[in-house]
Design a protein around this ligand. Structure first.
Ligand code: PEP
Length: 263
């Protein structure tokens, strides 16, 4: 299936940054510039504490709201956690799951992340499942092995019926927040391999529908070359999403590519 079936998604991962009022300022600027965009899906993922105020600031725009994590249970004695249903009440559409920082600092396993992926899909959210290798794993030639383990582990129970909502983010850990970006060829090699894994899990018609984002120091000046790759369907952007101008430039780079993709 042609890659033009997949609309670019540019998602901003704000991590643990911004107060509610700073968040509204940033989002108001975004809405002013790209708030009517339909050729590219734009999404912001603020901290939980800003979701409600950002949801209000996004009202009437095409910009989508995402969260950075959730728990797989619907409710109960899970102090400090938030469920898919709670996110939905705040008009959240996307949720980042299995980010390398959660794997590293909170010891999240593929099995645990898989429970969240399933709960997100069942809760009518689009999970953005993050996968990617450490520097030592790349240097020892284990990149594809690591990605396969994370994809296979993360997608247990996911079916072709979920393909429209499922999003994968390939984020080489050595490129996150370091200013080092995978070259377009390196990212395409990994993301092409992810596509084949998706085809194996979901069948090739459904696999072709899943958006695979690149994340790892994506910036205005490297976005266009990355987005020109056949299996790079958008970006998960950390640092450059904290400032409206740099994030808007990445959205514009995707808009430039969108007609070339035939949308
Ligand atoms: C991220 O944390 O998802 C990320 C890609 O960060 P950065 O763009 O800052 O490398």
């Amino acid at each position: 299936m042609a890659k033009s079936v997949r609309k670019f998604l540019i998602a901003g991962n704000w991590k643990m940054n911004k107060t509610a009022s700073e968040a509204v300022d940033l989002v108001s600027e975004l809405v002013g510039e790209v708030g009517k965009t339909t050729d590219v899906t734009v999404c912001v993922c603020p901290p939980f504490t800003c979701l409600e105020s950002v949801a209000r600031a996004l009202e009437g725009s095409t910009v989508r709201l995402g969260a950075q994590n959730m728990h797989h249970e619907a409710s109960g004695a899970y102090t400090g956690e938030i469920s898919a249903g709670m996110l939905r009440t705040l008009f959240v559409n996307y949720v980042i799951l299995g980010h390398s920082e959660r794997r590293q600092y909170f010891a999240e396993s593929d099995e645990f992340i898989n429970k969240k992926v399933i709960a997100a899909l069942e809760g009518n959210l689009s999970p953005i499942l993050c996968v990617g290798e450490l520097l030592a794993e790349r240097e020892s030639g284990k990149t594809l092995e690591v990605i396969k383990r994370q994809i296979d582990g993360g997608l247990v129970g996911v079916t072709a019926a979920h393909a429209d909502r499922l999003v994968i983010a390939y984020e080489p850990v050595w490129a996150i927040g370091t200013g080092k970006t995978a070259t377009p060829a390196m990212a395409q090699e990994a993301q092409g391999a992810i596509r084949l894994l998706l085809n194996g899990h979901l069948g090739s018609a459904a696999g072709a529908k899943v958006r695979i984002l690149y994340g790892g120091s994506m910036k205005a000046d490297n976005a266009e070359a990355l987005l020109a790759q056949p299996d790079i369907d958008g970006g998960l952007v950390g640092g450059a999403s904290l400032e409206a101008k740099s994030f808007i430039k990445i959205v514009q780079a995707a808009q430039k590519q969108a007609p070339i993709r035939g949308r």
